[in-house]
Design a protein around this ligand. Structure first.
Ligand code: WTA
Length: 664
């Protein structure tokens, strides 16, 4: 490095506030800081602007019906169709423009462009096929697919006929698929034969079939997209109720399906996510409010314009892909990218190669990826022309200022604003982040709540804490993109998200406060730093996992008596799974058992939940009332100074465990 470079680095290192560049601010979709005040004064009518981004069949009568909190209704009595909003209405002006640019992992394979016209056609054909096989309005269709074009085609086809989809991340296990299909009483599955990962073909249908065998009701039909090139070595015989995706498309060539009018409050999709208990929660999203939220935030925060090529590297199997690969960008009529593979195949510059080739305007990714890019080194992005980028985004976990600055400098060339967006599966879309053309950025802090959002940081009593102090994040006003309930479980919906800070007997919406289970602090100027989950959820590489789910998988392994799982710090992943395990009498603490435990977790959830370390221990540290002291186990995992152990029933066990962890 030259002296000048060293000086520049040092300057960047110290800088705490970054202004959006003039060139970005001039062209931004939102440029008026007055929007914050305007939305506050004009709430909830301010959200008409979000609804106006959509085409409605029937106009709504009321922006917000808050007569029955927390069951809020947005854009009441309006009707619309999400598929028509993402496709049909763009045909006249943008029919020949790319809707999806799909990039497969194998480099030798041709990429595929779907214009709006072509995507519209495929969606219609698939929708016709679904109808023909009996899928009706309200039937939940499960999708268990990787990043292949048939996934958004199937999602939009479902939306077209009013059948909610429930997408299960392809990296989840067969068991996880079965649990979700059972919970949603879903009788239809769309899956695929396999896909490519780091150069190898992966068998996916085998796993899907194993999942299907665990479904407790009859499955009408399983549709299999044939993604592998000539089967790529896997021979699959289809069962009687299985049919190829491509056959459905071919059988319905040229078909059109009138988009079904859906009530604004009708369910667009279900998405299962982890919570405090072992059972995943089916988060229910609406058609009108959700789509308006996805579209509005895509426009306001990601600065998406129809002529952009926008690249989000998330997986559609998570909420980020739903809102910010499929629904938001397509509602705005832009070009959205889909990349099948990993960022390090065939080399660690794959994303930069894609950005350069497609001249991407935005990149939206996760801190865990940014930390990996940093570790791999700046020489990878430096080999490519990234000057097409106008904006960078991050989501999924807190981003440390060093990673933020690296992203800003080496990917954004100090020209692109970075939006650090806090939100959750449940919120449907972004909640806390800077408006990129308006607000300064502070690395490490997500920023102020979006206009029209009332976010407060409170103590356990619900009182607002002083700036700079840690507290709990709460949302004090409803918003259009919010989850409507947990599928068929209103009671759990109230318990999980509202009970903590609301007066649940009241029907005054002011008495209802949403609790996302995150800790946070707020600065004097209203910028919020999110500190992480305060419940039993851990965040591994931006993937949300329930410690209880992992524990129940571990105690299911023969020879395990008890287990406690915590998140330990990890340089790249953010958090990693640490499993403390007590063996049953008569079982040895062997390497075999350790492998069986790891396998058990992979079978029950998937490789993303694989424990970083399995620590055998004769006892777990417990309070006198018998509760496991997780905080201590976390401190041990992180090699930290151990605090007060005097409230333990068995303090002597702590140093034993610590010695073991250090020894590993
Ligand atoms: C965490 C992903 C800090 C948070 C969209 C939240 C974040 C959980 C951020 C939701 C961020 C998400 N800064 N933490 N910018 N974004 N989180 O449901 O703990 O998979 O509760 O949704 O991720 O994860 P989920």
């Amino acid at each position: 490095m030259s002296d000048e470079d060293v000086q520049l680095e040092a300057r960047l290192e110290e800088q705490e506030v970054f202004e959006p560049s003039a060139s970005f601010a001039e062209q931004a979709n939102l440029t008026d800081e007055g929007i914050y005040e305007e939305f506050e004064e004009n709430w909830p009518e301010c959200w008409e602007g979000a609804a106006d981004l959509l085409d409605w069949e029937e106009d709504y009568d009321q922006v917000l019906d808050d007569s029955n909190p927390p069951f809020y209704e947005w854009f009441t009595d309006g009707t619309l169709n999400a598929s028509a909003n993402c496709l049909d209405r763009h045909l006249a002006e943008r029919g020949d423009e790319a809707a999806i640019e799909w990039v497969g992992e194998p480099v030798e394979e041709d990429n595929i462009t779907y214009t709006y016209e072509e995507l519209h056609q495929k969606v219609n054909e698939f929708a016709a096929g679904l109808r023909e096989m009996g899928v009706g309005e309200g039937d939940v269709v499960t999708m268990y697919m990787p990043m292949i074009p048939q996934l958004p085609i199937a999602m939009l086809a479902c939306a077209r006929i009013g059948a909610p989809h429930s997408v299960v991340f392809a990296g989840f296990s067969a068991d996880a698929l079965a649990t979700r299909m059972n919970s949603a009483d879903s009788e239809y599955l769309v899956t695929c034969d396999g896909y490519y990962r780091r150069g190898d073909p992966l068998d996916h249908l085998d796993k899907a079939n194993e999942g299907l065998s665990g479904v407790d009701h009859e499955v009408e039909r399983a549709i299999v997209a044939e993604r592998l090139m000539d089967g790529d070595g896997f021979d699959h015989d289809y069962a009687d109720n299985q049919v190829a995706f491509e056959d459905i498309i071919a059988d319905n060539e040229g078909a059109t399906v009138e988009p079904v009018d859906r009530d604004a409050e009708d369910m667009l999709f279900l998405m299962y996510t982890s919570g405090t208990t072992g059972k995943p929660k089916g988060v229910k999203h609406s058609t009108g409010g959700y789509l308006a939220w996805a579209a509005w935030t895509s426009q306001a925060v990601l600065d998406i314009k129809p002529e952009d090529t926008y690249f989000c590297s998330a997986d559609i199997g998570w909420i980020t892909g739903h809102s910010y690969i499929v629904y938001g960008p397509l509602a705005l009529g832009t070009t959205t990218m889909m990349y099948e593979g990993t960022p390090d195949y065939p080399d660690k510059d794959r994303l930069w190669d894609i950005v350069e080739e497609y001249e991407a305007d935005q990149l939206y990714t996760a801190p865990t990826a940014i930390r990996a890019f940093m570790k791999w080194g700046k020489e990878y992005p430096e080999q490519h022309d990234l000057s097409s980028l106008r904006l960078l985004g991050t989501v999924g976990e807190p981003i440390n200022p060093r990673a933020w600055k690296w992203y800003y400098k080496h990917i954004g060339g100090e020209e692109c604003p970075v939006v650090d967006t806090w939100w959750q599966t449940e919120t449907g879309g972004m909640m806390i982040t800077t408006l990129p053309g308006v607000k300064d950025m502070k690395p490490g802090s997500a920023g102020p709540p979006l206009p029209g959002n009332d976010v407060r940081i409170v103590d356990t009593e619900g009182e607002e804490v002083q700036p700079g102090r840690a507290g709990y994040l709460t949302v004090n006003k409803p918003w259009p993109g919010m989850l409507r309930t947990l599928y068929k479980n209103d009671e759990r919906f109230i318990d999980e998200y509202w009970a903590e800070y609301s007066d649940t007997d009241s029907d005054d919406p002011d008495d209802w406060v949403y609790f996302p289970e995150d800790g946070a602090k707020i600065d004097e100027d209203g910028y919020i730093t999110v500190l992480g989950r305060v419940d039993d959820v851990i965040n591994v590489s931006g993937h949300r996992l329930g410690t209880m789910e992992i524990e129940s998988a571990i105690v299911g392994v023969e020879g395990v008596a008890e287990a406690a799982v915590v998140g330990g710090d990890h340089d790249i992943k953010g958090e990693a799974v640490y499993a403390y395990v007590i063996t049953e009498d008569g079982y040895e603490e062997t390497e075999e058992l350790r492998s069986a435990i790891i396998e058990g977790v992979e079978d029950a959830i998937g490789p993303i939940a694989r424990p970083e370390a399995v620590i055998f221990t004769p006892e777990l540290p417990k309070t006198r009332s018998g509760k496991i002291m997780r905080r201590l186990l976390e401190d041990i995992a992180n090699g930290e100074e151990l605090g007060d152990t005097s409230t333990l029933r068995n303090p002597e066990v702590v140093s034993d465990i610590a010695t073991k962890v250090q020894g590993d």
